[in-house]
Design a protein around this ligand. Structure first.
Ligand SMILES: [Zn+2]
Length: 408
């Protein structure tokens, strides 16, 4: 009988209607069995839910924990009403970049990455400001974190020109240098440019750069309450023109919430044709993209954390289940079937949205697993506690115990 390196016994997995025993060899799931297995190390899941680890497709990792030193001005503008002040908010928030330095960004990003791991996030698409104010300070700090923690968490760094390319003429050279230094993905924020022509030029330049580095693209599109914004569609069209189908992700895309129905349907069909993934973060703004409608059409949609205690959003502690719990309210996902959809949007479907292959509990797939403290998706979301055990590539990397004692 095979002795596995690690066995997770008595696991309730979403894909099966019986208890399963997972045998892990090296970094892979080697067996999923209805009968007990032998392991050098054995963890009893005690009939609790075991799922894939969480995937965060959208985190501004260079800005985490800056809220206390910056205050509320930017967030007041960004989140006001229908987001008319989104541009002002971004301009106010960009002031913090005058103080950017690799050393404190490293400290903050590392702290957030450890919280991510503890809460079961083992893949992260991290946006790092790369422009004439931030220069390469964020890129250098976050790259150090990525490289130090790479055996446990995969951080995909997006070189992100937060203030635009044509609006901020110095930004492009820094984005190019960041990609040469080792950033993983090319970013963009076309909606912030002064005209549609500039937005198209912004997208064209960044897609050319992505092709040069054989990199994926992740952009913030239409992140304001203006129904005339069309940069999500522009990005999809450009991806088709540049042969980058299936290599692009659109984040925020909040204007979609205000589109007339025919405009939404045209965009949904175009995005499908372009294989565009979507990441939504309904808790950080009053508007959000139509995640459930896109999900129901089979599109790759994930939920992102977006911010942690920064000028745009005062909360956040990398508790990804808490983010899904908030999303269940904001998206109106309150049925059992929708809870399962939400779970897909923080695991498997989120992975598809940012180009991570094979993120699924299946034989021969990587063993990135969470053992939760409750037995089903409803209870896990309701409690939104850190998983009891986090397994990254076959190794236990975090354990959390939550117990109270009542003296009654
Ligand atoms: Zn964002």
């Amino acid at each position: 009988m095979t002795t596995f390196d690690l066995v997770v016994s008595n696991a309730r997995i979403r894909q099966a209607n019986h208890l399963a025993h997972l045998g892990i060899l090296g970094d892979r799931i080697a067996a999923i069995s209805p009968t007990p297995l032998n392991g050098a190390i054995e963890i009893d899941a005690k009939q609790n839910l075991v799922t894939e680890s969480f995937v965060d497709g959208h985190m501004h990792l260079c800005k985490v924990y800056t809220y206390r030193s910056f205050g509320d001005a930017a967030n007041t503008e960004y989140a006001a009403g229908t987001m008319g002040g989104a541009m002002t908010g971004i301009e106010l928030a960009s002031k913090i970049k005058e103080t950017y330095h690799e050393s404190w960004i490293y400290d903050n990003a590392r702290k957030a990455a450890l919280e991510a791991i503890r809460h079961g996030v083992l893949h992260m698409q991290a946006f790092v400001d790369t422009d004439s104010k931030a220069k390469l300070e964020g890129i250098k700090g976050v790259m150090r974190v990525r490289d130090e923690l790479k055996k446990v968490i995969r951080i995909e760094i997006v070189a992100f020109p937060q203030d635009g390319l044509l609006r901020d003429p110095g930004a492009e050279a820094f984005v190019r240098e960041a990609m040469t230094l080792g950033a993983d993905r090319v970013g963009g924020i076309p909606w912030i440019e002064n005209s549609d022509a500039d937005a198209e030029e912004h997208i064209r330049r960044m897609l050319e750069l992505a092709k040069k580095h054989n990199a994926r693209v992740a952009m913030l599109t239409d992140d304001a309450g203006d129904p005339s914004l069309r940069t999500t569609a522009m990005l999809a069209t450009a991806a088709l023109e540049h042969g980058l189908e299936g290599r692009i992700t659109s984040c925020h895309a909040r204007a979609m919430a205000l589109y007339p129905e025919p405009t939404f349907r045209r965009l949904a069909a175009l995005a499908k044709q372009a294989g565009m993934g979507f990441i939504t973060d309904p808790h950080t703004g009053p508007l959000h993209l139509r995640a459930l409608d896109l999900f129901d059409q089979g599109q790759a949609v994930g939920i992102g954390h977006d911010d942690i205690e920064d000028p745009y959003y005062p909360w956040g502690r990398y508790n990804f289940l808490e983010i899904a719990y908030l999303a269940s309210h904001l998206l109106g996902a309150m049925t059992r079937a929708r809870m399962e959809d939400l779970f897909d949007m923080i695991t498997t479907r989120a992975a598809a949205a940012i180009g991570i292959d094979g993120h699924q509990i299946a034989v021969d797939h990587e063993a990135n697993l969470l053992i939760h403290g409750q037995a089903d998706v409803h209870e896990v979301l309701n409690h939104h506690e850190a998983p009891q055990v986090v397994i990254s590539r076959g190794k236990v990397v975090a354990e959390t115990a939550t117990e109270s004692t009542l003296f009654i």
